[in-house]
Design a protein around this ligand. Sequence first.
Ligand code: SAH
Length: 408
Amino acid sequence: MSFPGSVYSLLFCYICAMHAVILKRRIGNRVENGHPWIFANEIDQTDEAIRPGDIVSVFTPEKKFVGKGYFNPRSQITVRLLTRNEKEEIDDQFFHHRIEAAWTYRKKIGYTENCRLVYGEADALPALIIDKFNDHFVLQTLALGMDRWKSAIVNALTALFQTHKIYERNDVPVRELEGLAQQKGFLSAPFDTNILIRENGLKFGVDLENGQKTGYFLDQQDNRRAIRHIVKDAEVLGAFCYTGTFEIHAAHYGAKSVLGLDISENAILQAKRNAELNGLSHKMEFQAVNAFDVLKQWSRETKKYDVVMLDPPAFTKSRNNIHKALSGYKEINLRGMKLLRNGGFLVTSSCTGLVSPEQFLEMIRSAAKDAGKKLRQVVFNSQSPDHPIIRELENTGYLKFLIVEVSG
Ligand code: SAH
């Protein structure tokens, strides 16, 4: 697979003074339509001098320029393109400009304090995630070629936001596919990683160091507001509550009582602190339990709620397990429906990217049928727009968020 000694190929590389990757065939529709990934089996030849993580230029067999990106022979996604512009240099300034553009876009669509500042491919920065929590920044570099530019990214954040609070949450298994170690820590001088953020007029403590993912789930921020009307005077059950964000919104929006469940003791402790921070503890309770067991048990008893909220973690990252994931979703949603009083509301989410919106809705329909319930849709939504969805990039849309009235 390396560039052979053919005089033409060597001459070509020499003239261009670059690392070249030649595709097997003309560029496929996926890449042509903007997708930045080039898989190992699409590559014919690579320049011998290329080292893992290097910037390469990709060409068709006819030597037509496709784009520039970073290279990792160890990954199935061997090249991730950063630009389609042959003249654009990939240097520190490049990262500065891309991050600046991502922030300009977030401001345009209404973000001021907290947002996903960079959402990987959707911001033309493949495998880079940056969450902004006011003046704190948490980043993930999920591919070797992006990891190489960490200091350029840190410099850009420092220059653009005058921040000295940057933390790395690279403690994620996906990095191992790239030959990268899992790690977390400060990318700036140390600071207090237990921070306070505001969302929808409420306060939430966030643990940037030990919280899940980057510490807080920004993708549901609009959806948390969507429960505003349906929780008034309601008895609410929230399963998979993490630090109680949906539940605290429910209490704030006028719920009579709210019970939140999560398997993580740490999350439950933080949820209790968050309830207190907002002066809502008097009508809130949180329990560290396995929600699957509890939903199963309670749905057989006579317990009833006016609103049941479900926000489980992703059930699968592999196409082979979609069927299993869907039956897991069906089980908890069916039990959730059974726990509702007639005319109550089910608030249900799925963050499994591989489950399409259609599959999710079909699963809900089938759960309602088995539970003998009728549904009326109130809201069907996705992730908040600081996680932009680009239709040509199939992995960018992942969240399904549904509110239905459940009767019968
Ligand atoms: N609703 C939250 C996010 C939930 S993330 C928010 O908006 O911030 C999913 C949560 O499910 C995690 O907190 C995880 O600890 C929890 N979880 C995973 N398995 C669980 C189980 N079996 N029972 C209860 N909670 C579980």
